[in-house]
Ligand binder design. Structure first.
Ligand code: HSE
Length: 306
């Protein structure tokens, strides 16, 4: 194989209670990429369609993630990358993660799979470091593993794939403003109270248990974030109204997707997820804010060949 075309999914990181450790992959929104082997050593980004992003390898998240892979392999291989961006940067649904994870996944395939998926996460995290200043793994892990993932540890890196009930659907609304992850991280406090920590880890445990036992009510009761959401939600227009509409329409829970401004809700069943979408839309229609909206099953496969 000399060339490969892939779909790299959008992802929801944090999933309310799991700041920097939980994430899930979507299947109705993502980037497309074409990766080709070339005879020139290194990585060349030849085309980016859909967004204004740097073509210079060292300034592009896909380039930097790919270089991390090549450096570990001590390889003289060369690759060209074309990126068709459907995920807007600064949207909160893992735009940089899709490009970083897609690049290393495809390169690994073209090289005959020298690395396992956890190693690919490590390379893709270098793209995240470039994008946000911090090499967080909670978007690249679900993009690469598919499904719902837990970053149990970053050093050494350990990713746990979590069982997801079949009827779990995500609704994501993206108000058309940009929130840089680096800015959304800067406003966070570096300390949490013991009281908040107790609430948060109780919810993480509840959410994981609810996912495994397919207890949708328990999933809903656990989708709370007492640490990050109260601070970041001020960056998102009409956040409280969108959340309250989503819950009233039957969502199990609702919160900030990644570092925002996208807002996600999880629901049992497609019909409820669509009802939730309509209720979220109505808020932004009333206040006159443009938005994109996605309803998606949890993507169990992650990146795939097109
Ligand atoms: N965990 C990261 C954050 C995800 O919330 O800053 C960024 O998409």
């Amino acid at each position: 194989m000399e060339s490969i075309k892939i779909f790299a999914p959008a992802t929801i990181a944090n999933v309310s209670c799991g700041f920097d450790v939980l994430g899930l992959a979507l299947d109705t929104v993502g980037d497309e990429m074409i990766i080709r082997k070339t005879s020139t050593k290194g990585i060349k980004i030849t085309k980016i369609i859909g967004q204004d992003l740097p073509l210079e390898t060292h300034k592009n998240v896909a380039g930097v993630a790919g270089l991390a892979l090549l450096s570990e392999l001590q390889s003289n291989s060369g690759f060209e990358i074309e990126i068709y961006k459907n995920i807007k940067p600064g949207s909160g649904i893992g735009s940089s993660a899709a490009s970083s994870a897609g690049a290393v996944w495809a390169m690994n395939k073209l090289l005959g799979n020298p690395f396992n998926t956890t190693q690919l996460v490590k390379f893709a995290m270098e793209g995240e470091r470039l994008a946000s200043g911090v090499a967080h793994a909670d978007n690249v892990a679900p993009a690469l593993f598919g499904g719902f993932t837990l970053v149990r540890s970053t050093d050494p890196l350990e990713i746990v794939k979590i069982h997801t009930p079949d009827q779990l659907y995500a609704t994501v609304i993206h108000p058309q403003i940009e929130v840089k992850t680096s800015d959304a991280r800067e406003i966070l406090k570096s300390n949490v109270t013991l009281k908040d920590a107790i609430t948060q880890w109780a919810n993480v445990g509840g959410l994981i248990s609810g996912l495994y036992t397919e207890d949708y009510e328990l999933i809903g009761r656990s989708l709370h974030d007492t640490i990050v959401e109260p601070i970041r939600s001020i960056l998102i227009p009409a956040f409280d109204a969108v959340k309250s509409n989503a819950i009233k329409s039957g969502a199990l829970g609702c919160g900030i997707s990644g570092s925002g401004p996208s807002i996600f809700a999880l629901s049992k069943g497609l019909e409820t997820a669509q009802k939730v979408a309509a209720s979220m839309e109505s808020v932004y229609e009333n206040v006159g804010i443009d938005f994109d909206i996605h309803v998606s099953k949890i993507n169990q496969q992650g990146i795939k060949i097109l």
